[in-house]
Design a protein around this ligand. Structure first.
Ligand code: GTP
Ligand code: MG
Length: 341
């Protein structure tokens, strides 16, 4: 997927091999204290976020398009991020890591866990387990790599006030992790409106960098947008905002090699009598920007949930089951899975 539309010119071998390292905005040639201040006010606090910006986005800082392109190019050169040749792209893909869900079946369905640098979307009805999975991932991300974690922290943007530290504690105890430590490594941001949600993500780069955040959760991606933008005439604006928001998320995920997870509700399809009578909200924007989409639904067996991989750039569609218990997301034992789907 192309994230940046107005790319600076491709990097050559010499720019790749002699790239300088810049630590903060003011280290960049041509960025003085005033521009740096403006950029930071606009949410660009780190070299990583500048490296994934477009020239148009930097315009409000009062810099020319040419200067913006220069700054972006220097920032990109500084942090192994922007490659244009296929062999280099392959190198970038090799830096992708995977995060366990706590269920081997679900991990297998996802090709070995949730991958960094892309967006994974979990959608489903009320109580299907979206938020529980997000909580579990916040704990799992802290595990060492050998145990399926990323040895990092989590950022949780909570739009529905459903984040509960108590759940992290139960899940951490089950994994023999120190619950206090686990809770300290999860940074929660309550988003009160869609604008606030966008603002929080736009300004999260510094927090992500300083706290070694390797998982960014937006739970739920769409609830505010859905309740604030009612009626056909507001749809275009809503979709535009949602698109920009998701692209910011992709850029953060790529810049910090983090897993990005969003949750999404479903809407009934009034004209469908057989098969899936629901579809995720957010239309084409969410459908095309989420790299991996997983549909969660309840089963006839209480805690057992069914996950269906609906869309992935390279994996076949498929289904798997897991269960939600006091311990978190767990494997379904032999015999437990029988029952009507
Ligand atoms: P919405 O956000 O309302 O769309 O739903 P969701 O998909 O986020 O659902 P959520 O992840 O909150 O799942 C809620 C379900 O998880 C509950 O109905 C319970 O079945 C289960 N659950 C939540 N907490 C616990 C717990 O502490 N113990 C057990 N055993 N199950 C739990
Ligand atoms: Mg939820």
């Amino acid at each position: 997927m192309t994230v940046t539309e107005d790319e600076p010119e491709p990097l050559t071998d010499s720019t790749i091999s002699t790239k300088p390292k810049y630590e903060c905005l003011e280290d960049l040639p041509g960025v003085g204290p005033a521009t740096s201040k403006k950029l930071q006010e606009m949410g660009f606090h780190t070299i990583e976020s500048l490296a994934t910006a477009t020239a148009r986005e930097l315009e409000p800082a009062g810099i020319s398009e040419k200067k913006a392109l220069d700054v972006i190019r220097l920032a990109r050169g500084s942090i192994t991020l922007s490659f244009t040749r296929a062999d280099e792209l392959l190198k970038q893909r090799q830096t992708i890591s995977r995060l366990t869900t706590g269920s081997a079946i679900l991990d297998n369905l996802l090709g070995g866990g949730l991958e960094t640098q892309t967006i994974t979307e979990f959608y489903g009805e009320y109580g299907s387990g979206k938020s529980q999975l997000c909580h579990q991932l916040c704990v799992d991300v802290q595990l060492p790599v050998e145990q399926g974690g990323l040895n990092g922290a989590a950022l949780y943007i909570d739009t529905e006030n459903t984040f509960r530290t108590e759940r992290l504690v139960s899940m951490a105890e089950h994994l023999n992790l120190n619950p206090e430590q686990v809770a300290r490594n999860v940074i929660v941001a309550d988003a009160y409106t869609s604008d606030h949600q966008v603002f929080l993500l736009e300004n999260s780069d510094k927090i992500i960098k300083q706290n070694n955040i390797r998982l960014i959760v937006v739970d739920s991606l769409t609830s505010h947008f859905r309740s604030e933008y009612i009626g056909r005439e507001t749809l275009a604006v809503r979709q535009q905002k949602l698109n920009k928001h998701m692209h910011k998320l992709i850029r953060l995920a790529r810049a910090f090699n983090a897993v990005a997870v969003v949750t999404n509700q479903v809407m009934a399809k009034p004209d469908v009598f057989f098969g899936d009578a629901v579809h995720p909200i957010g239309g084409h924007v969410v459908a095309h920007t989420s790299h991996t989409r997983v549909y969660l639904r309840e089963s006839a067996r209480g805690p057992v949930r069914i996950a269906r991989l609906v869309s992935s750039p390279y994996l076949p569609d498929g289904e798997g089951i897991f269960k939600i218990t006091i311990n978190g997301i767990e494997e379904v034992e032999e015999g437990e899975s029988k029952g009507r789907r």
